[in-house]
Structures are given as C-alpha cells and as structure tokens.
Design a protein around this ligand. Structure first.
Ligand code: DGP
Length: 112
C-alpha cells in the first residue's frame, strides 16, 4: 500500500513524532492537533477501517496501546476520548484504521 500515508509513516518514508511503538502498533502525533493531546493509534497491518478488523488479538493489542499512550501522554487519570472515523459520513480521510486519542482538556460533549 505505497499510496497509503499511514503505511508510509510506518515504513519511515514520511517522518512523524512517534509516541509509542511495538511489533503490531504505532502511535504518533496527529499533524493537525484538535486538542492539547491528539495522538493516532494505528495498527501496522493495513486494514481499511474498523469494519475490516477481524482479528480479536489485534483488537486486544489496540486496547493495550490505547492504555499505554494514555499513560505516556499523561491523560490516564484525567480522561480522554477515542474516536475512529469510518467511511464518508464518519469523515474518514485516511483509509487505514486508526484511533484518535484526544484529551488534555475538557472536551466538548457535542459531536460536531
Ligand atoms: P481521519 O479524518 O479520521 O481519517 O483522520 C486522519 C488524521 O490523520 C487527521 O486528523 C490528520 C492526520 N494526518 C494526515 N496526514 C498525516 C501525516 O502525514 N502525518 C501525521 N502525523 N498525521 C497525518
């Protein structure tokens, strides 16, 4: 998937600020921060979106990575929000499964 921007970040073809990484997951800072903490948690395997996620072990690894990133970014005690935009109505712009971890302030209760 050479045309996938997140695959290119994973392959170090595009620089990013990496927050956490293991064999199956990478987490890096979102290029356009929407909150004081805005980190993307991304499986290294190219999966289009959450509807294509069929591996329960990978889901467990994503959950583990979310917890790790929340600790690293210092929002595990204060709270945060996880968002995975899916498809056109969900405004998914990058077609590689990713989870936005947002926090560092009291977030709006509004969806948009
Ligand atoms: P979404 O709209 O849910 O598909 O979110 C994609 C996010 O990816 C968006 O918040 C901006 C971020 N993004 C896009 N291109 C890059 C990039 O080259 N580097 C980084 N760090 N983030 C990117």
């Amino acid at each position: 998937m050479n045309d996938c921007i997140f695959c290119r970040i994973i392959n170090r073809e595009i620089p990013s600020t990496i927050v956490y990484e293991n064999d199956s997951i990478i987490a890096f800072e979102d290029i356009s921060h929407m909150a004081p903490v805005h980190t993307l948690i991304v499986p290294k395997k190219h999966i289009a979106n959450i509807l294509e996620l069929e591996d329960p072990e990978l889901l467990e690894e994503i959950t583990f990575a979310i917890r790790k990133v929340a600790e690293i970014k210092g929002v595990d005690k204060t709270g945060f929000r996880i968002i995975t935009n899916t498809g056109d109505d969900g405004c998914q712009s990058v077609k590689h499964l990713h989870f936005h971890l947002l926090g560092g302030k009291k977030l709006s209760e509004k969806l948009d």
